[in-house]
Structure formats: C-alpha cells, structure tokens
Ligand binder design. Structure first.
Ligand code: MG
Length: 255
C-alpha cells in the first residue's frame, strides 16, 4: 500500500532526516585509516542512544536474512556494496566504504547512505562515487508531481549507462514512513512513464548503487553482505525525499 503523508506529517519527519544526516556526516569524518568497522557501528549506536532514536536495523530480520542484523549500521567495504554487516576490520588506505543508516525518531523513519574513500582515494573510485551521486541528483530532480516512479528508475539507469556501467535492478529504492521499507519499490533502471504517479506526500528513499565492471552480485557467507560477482568495487548513495507540489524536500540532506 502506498501512503501519502500530510505536510504536517512530513514536518514531523524532518528531525529523523536531520539526525540521519548528522550521523552519516560524523561517520564519514570518523572513517579514517585504522578505524575498525565495529568502532563506526559503536559511534552510530552511541549517537542513537543520545538522541533517543530507534535503530531500524538491529532487530531487522527479513526472509533473506540469516538472523536479526544485530548492528545499527551497514558498512560495505570495496567489493561489498549493500547491507555490509559490521565485523572486525580496520580500514586501510584506499578502501571504498559505503555507510547505510536508518533510524526512527518520534515514530518516523529516514534512510540514507553515503560512500567515502578512506585515506588516499583511487581515481576510479572517486569517479564511481560521482556517477552514483549524479544518478541520485538526476532522480531527485524529476521527483515531482506529473512524473512517475518509472521516470526515477529511468533517470538512474540512464546516468549509469551513460558512464558505461551496468545497472542492477534487484535492490533499489522504496517508500519510507513509519517503517523502513514500504511501497513503491523503485528499481534503479526502468521505463520512463510507467508505474505509480508521483504525488505530493509521497516519501521515498532513492538509492542508486553501481559496480565498476558488473551488475552481478553474490551474498557473502555472513548471510547479509552483498558483494559484486567479479570482485570489482561498488558505490552506493541514498537520500530520503518527500515529494511536494514543487521541489522535493531532501529529508536527509547533510551540511
Ligand atoms: Mg538505506
């Protein structure tokens, strides 16, 4: 079921988005060479407790999950791109790290992701992050009444293909509200002009992710972390946005 929020409800949701953005900023700043993924999870956990927020991940146990997630943050390093389960690993110079974070504040969820290069970045990784960001920006730009979910998908896919990337459509964006995952599903490629019409009050997470040389993925032995099929690295960016009569509101915008 697709839920449309009132303007008042969207305003009630803003603190969740601001908090998610502030946590991702703190995590991106903290992600230096030698820092352990578990330290990043612990930092996010402290910030959640201090804010009185509620993690959407720690008890998350979907049908594909081996057990409840048990952490508050997804940390996907190098050939891992989605749902990376934090584990003992100290970040190394040149690592590519995706951070995905969702919490509920006052009963409203926001969900966002950022990818950062640790230490000395590889040029091709900087480009991959920029391509994912370009796709997210293109998708947000057309997220307005009169367009459809398929236009968002098509915009993301077009940016990926314009850079010679293959685009996976298995995991993509989704509705956000009282819970983390709602309708509609928003694949990262598709046909323009198709799907649910975008209406004021629709709140969605848009989350393009690209791999350097494949659109194939495989599940890590941990039962959560999704890696590229060919070992190439991935970048993932995400914002929760609210569609309005005019420009969309980027709920999880960072300073
Ligand atoms: Mg997310």
């Amino acid at each position: 079921m697709i839920e449309l929020l009132t303007r008042t409800q969207i305003d009630e949701m803003r603190p969740a988005g601001q908090f998610v953005g502030s946590v991702l900023t703190a995590l991106a700043d903290a992600a230096e060479v030698g820092v352990d993924l578990l330290d990043l999870d612990a930092l996010a956990h402290r910030m959640i407790r201090d804010r009185g927020a509620e993690s959407c991940y720690i008890d998350y146990h979907p049908s594909f999950g081996a057990s409840p997630f048990g952490k508050v943050l997804c940390t996907s390093v190098n050939d891992a791109v989605l749902h990376g389960l934090p584990h003992p690993y100290k970040l190394r110079d040149g690592d590519l790290l995706s951070l995905d974070f969702a919490v509920s504040v006052d009963g409203w969820v926001c969900d966002s992701a950022v990818t950062v290069a640790v230490g000395t970045p590889r040029e091709e990784d900087v480009r991959l992050i920029a391509h994912a960001q370009e796709a997210l920006d293109a998708a947000i730009a057309i997220a307005r009444p009169g367009n459809k979910v398929g236009d968002i998908s098509a915009a993301i896919g077009a940016v990926g293909r314009s850079h010679g990337l293959r685009v996976n459509t298995q995991f993509g964006g989704h509705g956000v509200g009282r819970t983390m995952h709602g309708d509609p599903h928003i694949p990262n490629d598709g046909k323009a002009g198709r799907g649910f019409p975008l209406k004021p009050g629709l709140v969605i997470a848009i989350e393009p992710w690209f791999l350097h040389t494949t659109d194939g993925i495989r599940m890590d032995e941990d039962g959560w972390t999704i890696r590229s099929a060919d070992g190439s690295r991935g970048a993932h960016v995400e914002h929760t946005i609210a569609i309005t009569e005019g420009d969309p509101i980027v709920m999880t915008a960072r300073d």
